[in-house]
Design a protein around this ligand. Structure first.
Ligand code: SAH
Length: 255
């Protein structure tokens, strides 16, 4: 198994593949008004094993297209959707979020939790915009700094890992510059990182290592996740995910 396959295997059975939980998905959903739309169409991009897709299916009448680049996540999602009896509402597509097989103005909502960083916030906003109906919503979670200043160690770690990390105000400006009307945002609580993500992940290390005969590569994958969790324990008051809601602006035709 190469490193990517190991990563997928480590995350596959966990409730979420990134920080976030049912309460956060529901809170974001409350900021969106789907009441006037008969059969809303929602794309869940970078869905992973579908934690949020299933919450969205249970709490809306939307038809959900769940997209991920790794088919094993989609198989797991389908299994969980069937268990939750929402399989009829969710269709899965294996695709690269940089090259989505969607039509113009296809969706009422584009949802993406903990995944747009794979493209970069700005690039994702611009690549996905055509697929959204004018007036349609985008709901995204993205890592942000939550204090004005922070220790050098954590600043350097995240800036190296993800140079686009910035404050919520800066993210809002990026949204607006990309042609969206900013609606609202909130910050994920630490529990969304720890209880729904890091703890279940840590509980799965032993069986993961066993499955891979304690190979060096498997140990390295665990080590990297452990260090990230330790950083969160030390510096979690300085960063989190922001959950941003915006609308695609209606554009006036220009000749
Ligand atoms: N939304 C889920 C998963 C977040 S992790 C949750 O919050 O639990 C990020 C997800 O993006 C992973 O499932 C990963 O497989 C997917 N991903 C990474 N690069 C991708 C790409 N280029 N195209 C589509 N999906 C991608």
């Amino acid at each position: 198994m190469d490193q990517l396959e190991l990563l997928v295997d480590l995350h596959l059975k966990n409730p979420r593949q990134g920080p976030g939980g049912e309460e956060d998905t529901l809170k974001a959903l409350q900021l969106i008004d789907l009441s006037g739309i008969q059969n809303p169409k929602l794309a869940d991009v970078g869905c992973g094993s579908g934690g949020q897709s299933i919450t969205l299916a249970k709490n809306t009448n939307a038809q959900i297209t769940a997209v991920d680049i790794f088919p094993v996540f989609l198989t797991e999602l389908e299994k969980r959707a069937t268990e939750a009896e929402v399989q009829d509402q969710i269709k899965t597509i294996g695709a690269d979020m940089a090259d989505l097989p969607f039509g113009n103005n296809e969706f009422d909502v584009i949802w993406s939790e903990g995944a747009i960083y794979n493209l970069g916030f700005e690039r994702g906003l611009s690549l996905w915009k055509p697929f959204l109906k004018p007036g349609g919503y985008i709901a995204l979670s993205e890592i942000i700094w939550i204090t004005a200043t922070r220790p050098k160690e954590i600043h350097e770690f995240w800036t190296n890992d993800y140079p686009e990390i910035s404050s919520a105000e800066e993210k809002i400006k990026v949204l607006q510059d990309a042609g969206y009307e900013y609606m609202d945002h909130f910050i994920l609580p630490a529990s969304s990182w720890v209880d729904h993500y890091y703890k279940p992940l840590a509980d799965s290390y032993e069986s993961f290592l066993k499955r891979h005969q304690y190979s060096e590569a498997a140990q390295q994958v665990v080590q990297e996740h452990q260090s990230e969790y330790e950083l969160f324990q030390r510096f979690g008051e300085y960063y989190s995910y922001g959950f941003f809601i915006a609308k695609k602006l209606h554009t006036i035709g220009v000749k």
